[in-house]
Design a protein around this ligand. Structure first.
Ligand code: DX5
Ligand code: ZN
Length: 216
């Protein structure tokens, strides 16, 4: 699988959202990553389906929606209607993870499962057959611009081994920049979420290109 870049608009300037998303596209972004936070599962509140719908009207790139919310099963349809293509839920928020994953797929979206840094890889054992994407948090979710947790490299490698030949995206999220991107790709990641290093950069086009170059 070639490496995909998914800029997270959490760090974008929302006054110029349209322009900034177009710059990310111009740099070669593959997906747009949308971080939905509820102030319960994570300490921060971000945005919901309305903003996803707005982003849908700005770009034709796949919308990679990362739900950091409690009881995500209540909102699957709302995000489908807003235009999400990929919907990722946190294993920590889903007592009936298998059902939630099936519902996402029945709605016609790709289904992802995410693990916090402290959640062990063995929690994927019974669900791996059913998911399209595994999202490894390389920071504690809630905020952009945090420092990459170096010890997650072993976890990425371990999950990459678990995936084996299966067609499952292995996405990483948190503290990804030109320094950390080559390391996570070496460990087996093939989708890179990047917020601050892309939208915090002087040139968004240049930042996406730089990330790509760092993993070539
Ligand atoms: C963190 C979010 C990330 C965040 C990444 O809770 O899930 O997607 O936007 O931001 P950076 O790349 O700045 O660490
Ligand atoms: Zn995210």
């Amino acid at each position: 699988m070639s490496v995909l870049i998914a800029p997270s608009i959490l760090s974008a300037d929302f006054r110029n959202l349209e322009q900034q998303i177009h710059q990310a596209e111009q740099g070669g972004a593959n997906w747009i990553h949308l971080d939905v936070m509820d102030g319960h599962f994570v300490p921060n509140i971000s945005f919901g389906p309305m903003v996803v719908k707005t982003v849908r009207s700005i770009t034709t790139l796949p919308l990679d929606t990362h739900l950091m919310i409690e009881k995500p099963e209540r909102y699957l349809e709302a995000f489908k209607n807003a235009g999400s293509d990929i919907l990722t839920v946190h294993a920590e928020t889903c007592p009936h993870l298998h059902r939630t994953i099936q519902q996402i797929k029945q709605l016609g979206m790709k289904a992802g499962v995410s693990l916090n840094p402290s959640t062990p890889t063995n929690s994927l054992k019974e669900i791996i057959e059913f998911v399209d994407l595994i999202l490894v948090m390389t920071v504690n979710p809630g905020f952009g611009g945090q420092k990459f947790i170096e010890s997650m490299l072993g976890k990425i490698q371990e999950i990459s081994n678990m995936i084996g030949k299966r067609k499952i995206y292995l996405e990483v999220d948190g503290g990804i920049d030109v320094e950390t991107a080559p390391k996570v790709v070496k460990a087996g990641a093939n989708v890179l979420v990047a917020g601050n290093s892309v939208f915090g950069a002087r040139s968004i086009v240049g930042a996406v290109k730089g990330l790509r170059k760092s993993v070539k």
